[in-house]
Design a protein around this ligand. Sequence first.
Ligand code: NAI
Length: 482
Amino acid sequence: VLNPSDFKVADLSLAEFGRKEITLAEHEMPGLMAIRKEYAASQPLAGARIMGSLHMTVQTAVLIETLVALGAEVRWVSCNIFSTQDHAAAAVAVGPNGTPDSPQGIPVFAWKGETLEEYWWCTEQALTWPNTPTGGPNMILDDGGDATLLVHKGVEYEKAGKVPSVDTAENDEHRVILQLLNRTITEGSQKWTKLASEIRGVTEETTTGVHRLYEMHRDGTLLFPAINVNDAVTKSKFDNKYGCRHSLIDGINRATDVLIGGKTAVVCGYGDVGKGCAESLRGQGARVIITEIDPICALQAAMDGFQVTTLDEVIDKGDIFVTTTGNKDIIMAADMAKMKHQAIIGNIGHFDNEIDMAGLAQIPGIVKDEVKPQVHTWTFPDGKVLIVLSEGRLLNLGNATGHPSFVMSNSFADQTLAQIELFTKPAEYPTDVYVLPKHLDEKVARLHLDALGVKLTELRPEQADYIGVKVEGPYKPDHYRY
Ligand code: NAI
C-alpha cells in the first residue's frame, strides 16, 4: 500500500475512469505492449529507480506501467502545471490492483493546475527516494529538462558553496527554483551531489530539453550521459508532427469551439511541430501563414503552398496565432496590441516564454477575465478582446489531452528502449549526448506496422548488397533525414 505522504494527486476517486481509459489506450499503444511482452522474462530494468518528469496523461500511465513491468521502480511528476489528466494520475497512484482506499500503485505527484511552487515541490518529491543510499533515483526520464536542471543546479551551487540570492531571480519561476535550492542546500551540504553521483543517465523527450543537454555538454557541465530521444526519427518526425497535427486543433476546439475554416491562422515556426500545426489548420480550411527565421524551413513552407512572411505583416490580419518555435519572445505585448478583436493566441512550444504574458499584463488598463480554466480574455481599454489559451503554456496539453495514444506509443517505445540502453550498458555510454541507435529506431517503427495493416516489402539479398545495407537493416545511413 502506498504511504499517503508518498504521492499527491487531485482525487483518487477518479481512478476507475482513469483505468478504463488506460485499458483503451493499451490497445492503441502496440509498441509499448510488444516491449512489455518481449522483456517480461528478462526484466532489464530490475534495479532501476526511474524518476520521470513528463506530462501525467493516460498515455504516460501506459509508459509508467511498462517501465514497472520491465522491473523498474518509478516516481513521477508532470513537466507542466496544466498538463496532468487527473484521472490518469489517480489510476497510476491506485494501480491496477489497488482501490482508492488502499492505493497500491506508483508515487505520483501531479494534478492539473499546480502553482509554480507546487510544481517544483512535486519535482523535488519525485527526486527524493526513501530508503536508498543516495536518497535519489539512478535514472531520469525527462521532458523539457526540468528534473535534469534541478539536479545540475543543485550540484553547481553545492560546489560553489552557495546558492544565489532569491533577489537575483530573472522571473517568477527562477525565483521558485532558487527558493527550493536555498531551502535544500545548507552549508557544506552534499544532498544534490550525492544524489547525482548514482544517476546513470537521462533520456530526454523534447526538442527544448535536448537543446539544454547539448548546451551543458558543450560547456562541460553535463554530469551523466543522456539519450536524445527527441531526435529518434520515430519520435520527432511522428510525435512532433502528427501528434501536433491532431492535438493543436483539439486544443483550439475545446477551448473556443470557433470555426477554423475560412479564418487566417498564423503559425510561427515551421519545424516538426509547425509542419503538423500548419497541416491541421489547413485541413480545417484555414488560410495558413508561416513565419520562419531559417531559410530552409521557410522554403519548405513555401513549397508546401503556404505564404511565408513576417509577423509584422500579418499581425492585424490573423484570427488565430500559434507559436511553435521553442524560442522566446515570439509574440510580444506590442504585437498583441495590434491584433484584431477576438484574435486567439496560443503556444504549443515547450515553455511559456514564446508569448509575452508578463508584458500583456502590464498594458495600462488591460483586464484579464477567466472564461473557463485555461481560457482567458484580455480586454484592452478600447474594448478590444484577445483570447489567450493556457496562459501561454502548451495549449494542446492545457486545453486538450495532448497527443493520442498511437503516436505516443512510438515516442514512449523510444523512451523505454533508451532507458534500457543507458541502464544496462553504462560502459557503452560515457558522459555525452547520444541518439538512439538506428536499429532501435527502425524496431519501434516496425512494432507499429501491423496495427495499421502495413505490409512491408522484404529486401532481397542482392538488392541489399546493391544499396549496401543488411537485409535486416539499418536501411539508412545516420545522416539520412527522412
Ligand atoms: P524545430 O527546431 O524543429 O522547429 C522550431 C522552428 O522554429 C525552427 O524551424 C526554427 O527555425 C523556428 N524559429 C526559431 N525562432 C523563430 C522565430 N523567432 N520566428 C519564427 N520561427 C522561428 O523544433 P520542434 O521539434 O518543432 O519543436 C518546437 C517546440 O515544440 C519545442 O519547444 C519542443 O520542445 C516543443 N514540442 C511540443 C510538443 C507538444 O506536444 N506541445 C511536442 C513536441 C515538441
